[in-house]
Design a protein around this ligand. Structure first.
Ligand code: E4P
Length: 219
């Protein structure tokens, strides 16, 4: 499963990229606003740091203006993936951009039928939002299971990009279901490393090592 970072914070992206944990980045208008940065500048910096797809979202609601915005966004770098909302206008834009060879991430997916439409429109990625479903008392992971089943039934190429990931269990469940990608805030990706037995093990090994009085670096 590929790991994308759901952030527009350069330092966080760099840290994950340096650890070899990053296959791409997703941004959205809220994350850009939170960064307080110019969207062109910050998107360019992210594209320089990461080899994989970097999702940048259009904000227009109609197809013609979405295409104009996509034109600006895809000039930033070759690895820009245009994010469009799951509306008829967004799907039209998806079809056109896909036909032109541009990667498209169809976002704000909340049902398996919507995901079916995204695949038919030729999306590179579809982004089902699991956390926002959970917030409303619906099991978000059930949606991922349904989409996996449908995409496998018809051998669609569209990759399932699990979005709105809030905790490490979402990551584990996504991997078990066979999602292609998950995008999460860096703090969730970093939390995957945590285990008390790892910490306890390090503590025990260090204690025993100190009792030998030896030093690796002294050699
Ligand atoms: C995905 O591309 C979205 O940017 C993101 O995952 C939304 O997450 P949220 O529901 O935590 O805002």
């Amino acid at each position: 499963m590929k790991f994308f970072a759901d952030t527009a914070e350069i330092d966080e992206i760099r840290e994950l990229a340096d650890a070899g944990l990053l296959d791409g980045v997703t941004t959205n208008p809220s994350l850009i606003a939170k960064s307080g940065r110019d969207f062109m500048e910050v998107t360019r910096e992210i594209c320089d740091l990461v080899d994989g797809p970097v999702s940048a979202e259009v904000v227009a609601l109609d197809h013609a203006t979405m295409m104009k915005e996509a034109e600006t966004l895809r000039k930033i770098a070759d690895n820009v993936c245009i994010k469009v909302p799951l509306t008829i206008e967004g799907l039209k834009t998806c079809r056109k951009l896909t036909d032109e060879g541009t990667m498209v991430n169809v976002t704000l997916c909340f049902s398996a039928n919507q995901a079916l439409l995204a695949a038919k429109a030729g999306a590179t990625f579809v982004s089902p939002f699991v956390g926002r479903h959970d917030d409303n008392g619906v099991d978000g992971m059930e949606l991922i299971r349904d989409i996996r089943l449908i995409y496998d039934n018809y051998l669609f190429d569209t990759e399932i990009l699990v979005a709105s990931v809030r905790h490490v269990t979402h990551v584990l469940e996504s991997a078990k279901i066979g999602a292609d990608v998950m995008t999460a805030p860096p703090k969730v990706i970093k939390a995957l490393v945590n285990h008390t037995l790892t910490d306890k093990g390090i503590e025990g090994f260090l204690k025993d090592w100190q009792s030998t009085g030896q030093s690796i670096l002294a050699n």
